[in-house]
Each structure stands twice: as C-alpha cells, then as structure tokens.
Design a protein around this ligand. Sequence first.
Ligand SMILES: [Zn+2]
Ligand SMILES: [Zn+2]
Ligand SMILES: [Zn+2]
Length: 308
Amino acid sequence: MINDALSKFETIDIKVNKAVEILQKETENLSSHVATEGASSPSYAAITAANSQTTGASEDRALNILIYPIDPNNAINIGNLRKAIQETSKINNITFRCNNLFNISKGVKVVVPTIKDQQSVQTLFEGTNLKESYRLFIPKPPSIKLMIKFTSTGDSEEFAQELTSKNPSFPSSAFKVLFNMKAKTDHHWIIELQDPYLTLINTKYVFIGLKKCNCEIFLSVNHCKRCGEYGHSKSRCQAKEPRCLICGTLSPEPLHICSKRCFNCYDNNTKTGRSDPVFHNSGFYQCAEFQRQRQSVRAKSGIDKLLR
Ligand SMILES: [Zn+2]
Ligand SMILES: [Zn+2]
Ligand SMILES: [Zn+2]
C-alpha cells in the first residue's frame, strides 16, 4: 500500500499541492486559537475524526505529520526518508496510506488521509529504530470547550457525577471538568470535550440535578486587565499607561470619580459612527467589542466544522 502511495507521489499534480496548501492554512488557523492556560488540546486528528463522523466522510480529508531530524545539523533528505519508511514498514509490517511528502525547513511534511494512517505513522516512527534518527510532531488544534450554564452545584465531582448520570451522551470519558464561574447563586461550568466526543459541542442543554441547563460554546477571549484592550493578557501588556476597567480613565487615581463607560465601545463608536451601548465595564460579556473578539476567536477555532 505504501509503495503504491509513494509512487503516486512521483506524479503528484498541482491540485494536490493546492489541497495541501489549504490544509496547512487550516492547521495554522487551528493552532493559533487562544487556548486557556493549563488546558490540554485534542489533536487535529481528533477534530477531523469527529467531523468525519458527522459528515459521513472519512476518506476526503488529509492530516499533517511533521518529521524532523534528531540531529538538527542534518536536514532530512526526502529520498532517504522514503527509503527508510519503505524498509522499516516492511520489516515491522506497518502499513499506511500517504497522500504526499514534501520538504519543510529541515524536515519533511507527511500528508495522510485518515487518523488510522496517522496513528500508523506514529507507531512506525516511535516504535521502531526510526526513532533514533527522526522525531515526530503532530500539529495540535485548540481545545473544544462547552459551558453548562446556571447549575446549582459548585462542586466539581458532584457536577461531573450529575452530568454522566443524567445525560447518557456524556460518559465520563467524554469530558474533562476545567473550572466554574459563579453567576449569582449558580455556577457556569466549563468542560473540555475529549476525542471522539467533540461533536457534543452541538449540545443545547443537559440535566444537572433536577434542572435543565442550557449549554453554550465556550471561547477564551484575551482581555487585558491592565489596559483593557483585547488580544493580549496582563502579563504581556505593553501599554504605556494602565486604565480603569470601569470608566476608562488613564492612569486612574485610587479615588477618582468613576462610573461605567466602556472605552472600547466609546472609541469604536467615535471612529466608525456605530452606536453600540457604552455604559458597561471593559470586558463585559455583552460588550459589542467583546462579542466581535469572540467571533474572531471562534472563526479561528475550527469549531464551526464540528457544527455542520
Ligand atoms: Zn494591556
Ligand atoms: Zn474608573
Ligand atoms: Zn464595550
């Protein structure tokens, strides 16, 4: 099978290269998502796996695997690599299909059609003597998070227990509980969906206790608590002056006159002639600018592929 695929590679045409280019872009988009600190991400493979389940397609996708030399001074020669793959896969009886192989800086990108092929490549490179010369890197996408709103428990074990026992589509292996946010007397819980349950992102509501709780896609938006701007966090802030997040005053005195006015919305309105509401804190969930930021995080996240 691999010989077949590799010989096809010799006559590969522009169409395939174009497809690879699109996929590369997609992978980059997925990787650039704003991830929550400390949360681990499912693989790109996992996302396309879940996606292929929803669409019924399994063969029309491709996955990237990057292979680098262990010795960084020795860039990989694609012909040698191909030979090494052929020999090692024959000896170890590991087969996989391969759409394309091409050089990237110092390494080689391998494009395979399915997760199964990707796993075989992983076995081949990590379970045989190939691991002495090459190391494997599989690009990771963002984690897929769901917010379960207004639950009456603040205890993570109790919450997980309720979620699995009252909702058959949520076995304990389907999610990891991340954290909660307090909303008056209730708690919004954020869970990270696990492969192969990523399509649970489509869930509209679940039962927790006796309550029907609405669900919402959770997207982490970077909002700086020092200067109030979006797109970076406080630890990366390069603004000259801090700002009051309530009234927008620059370098505020501790006892300044302060009432809610969002400087993001106010400045946007002035610049664009929009008339978004401005009487809220900077970083408020319903702030028009916050929602725009949220949409852009969503566009980059790849989540919309799972919703189709
Ligand atoms: Zn800042
Ligand atoms: Zn203020
Ligand atoms: Zn605002």
